[in-house]
Design a protein around this ligand. Structure first.
Ligand code: ZN
Ligand code: ZN
Length: 273
């Protein structure tokens, strides 16, 4: 083959090459592709260290990089892309990044919880839909898993719960009271969902913020603005009368308007979701 004859001529140090499967340990300007560990001064005068490849025009393309944290040399795929970085890649490897994120979460549990809360609030509808879709797609699987686990651990679960309760009756009641005081909205939502479910009515997870946004904070009974911090999620057809716990069956209402309407009768079901 032609490159065999070039090798025979001692090519790679010579002045002529057509390119090919050459492996050199030093960078060269001969238009010969080479692979291997290099340390070179890049055009921007920044020192690039790592293993790379020189293309036929002598440009350096990095294929490996050394993590500044663990000191290990890894392929570029082990580093995240960072647009602002000198080489377009993070200086620390993905493994180290994950470890430091985990460490930060452990060291800042409150900040991490707040971050999660903000994310959940901004995406509550999408997350609930995801959970529901997963549950529906894995209905049998999930139920079977739960039943299996319960069957395997029923004495353990019951025993642990009972023993703890016996030893902490006061604390248990206190924590229930505290939870109820701290989560009035969740409690109402849970109760509504349970009651609707018990009556066989359609139930979906409702995000109050979305209802407020949809109704523009206007009470559906009197047509005036409600206090954003104090308003009722009114069921147009009451759950007690078989109404569903759904977006189309709820509306924003003043607590006072809501109470007044309860004596009059159900409003008309929303026609659009
Ligand atoms: Zn690392
Ligand atoms: Zn009102």
């Amino acid at each position: 083959m032609w490159y065999t004859s070039l090798t025979d001529q001692g090519s790679g140090c010579g002045g002529f090459s057509l390119g090919g499967p050459y492996r050199l340990t030093q960078p060269n300007n001969l238009g010969v592709a080479s692979k291997g560990p290099h340390s070179i001064i890049a055009p921007g005068a920044a020192l690039v260290s790592g293993t790379g490849e020189f293309d036929r025009l002598g440009a350096f393309a990095m294929t490996e990089k050394t993590c500044t944290k663990c000191g290990k040399t890894k392929p570029l795929t082990a580093f995240g892309h960072v647009a602002k970085a000198k080489n377009g890649y993070s200086s620390t490897c993905r493994v180290c990044n994950v470890a430091s994120i985990r460490a930060w979460r452990l060291a800042n549990p409150e900040k991490w919880a707040e971050t999660k809360r903000i994310h959940y609030r901004a995406n509550c509808e999408r997350i609930a839909a995801q959970h529901r879709a997963y549950y529906l797609a894995h209905l049998e699987e999930t139920k079977a898993k739960m039943n299996e686990w319960r069957a395997r651990n029923q004495y353990k679960v019951a025993g642990t719960k009972h023993a703890y309760y016996q030893g902490h009756v006061e604390q248990a009641l206190e924590s229930v009271r505290k939870y109820r005081l701290a989560h009035p909205e969740q409690l109402k939502d849970q109760g509504n969902r349970r009651r609707a479910r018990q009556r066989g009515a359609f139930v979906e997870s409702i995000c109050k913020a979305k209802v407020y946004q949809r109704d523009r904070g206007v009470c559906h009974i009197c047509g005036k603005k409600v206090d954003p911090k104090h308003w009722d999620l009114d069921h147009l057809m009451p759950i007690s009368k078989g109404g569903e716990h759904s977006y189309r069956n709820v509306a924003v209402a003043h607590p006072s308007c809501n109470r007044r309407r309860q004596n009059v009768g159900p409003a008309q079901l929303r026609l659009m979701g």
